[in-house]
Design a protein around this ligand. Structure first.
Ligand SMILES: [Zn+2]
Length: 113
């Protein structure tokens, strides 16, 4: 499952950061989830809880922040807000936009003690 490997990557990043910054527990995680990333919030939270069990992140709340998809048109160089990967440019109708935002999952912030 997509969300499971994402949760495992998150744990790895958080453990690394805890060593760099010297915190011992995480109480909340804010996660930016791009609207084009095919991540389902419910599945993400389920996998998060499963993967974080028994780690320094156990019991932390996962707050999901949806990030708007944005594509850049190769034809007219303008950007368009898009909801689906293959949406056309709203300015000239061209397809094949280059995705500049919204296809990634990214830890925005951590609450730590
Ligand atoms: Zn265009």
């Amino acid at each position: 499952m997509h969300e499971l490997s994402l949760a495992e990557d998150m744990l790895e990043m958080i453990v690394q950061r805890s060593q760099d910054d010297g915190f011992e527990r995480v109480t909340k995680v804010w996660l930016e989830v791009g609207m084009l990333s095919h991540v389902e919030a419910d599945a993400m939270i389920f996998c998060f809880d499963a993967v974080m069990s028994g780690t320094l992140v156990e019991g932390a709340t996962l707050e999901i922040l949806p990030t708007q998809g944005i594509g850049e048109c190769q034809q007219c160089q303008q950007t368009t807000q898009i909801e689906h990967l293959y949406d056309p440019c709203e300015h000239c109708g061209e397809f094949g936009l280059k995705i500049v935002q919204g296809d990634h999952v990214n830890i925005k912030s951590l609450a730590v003690v």
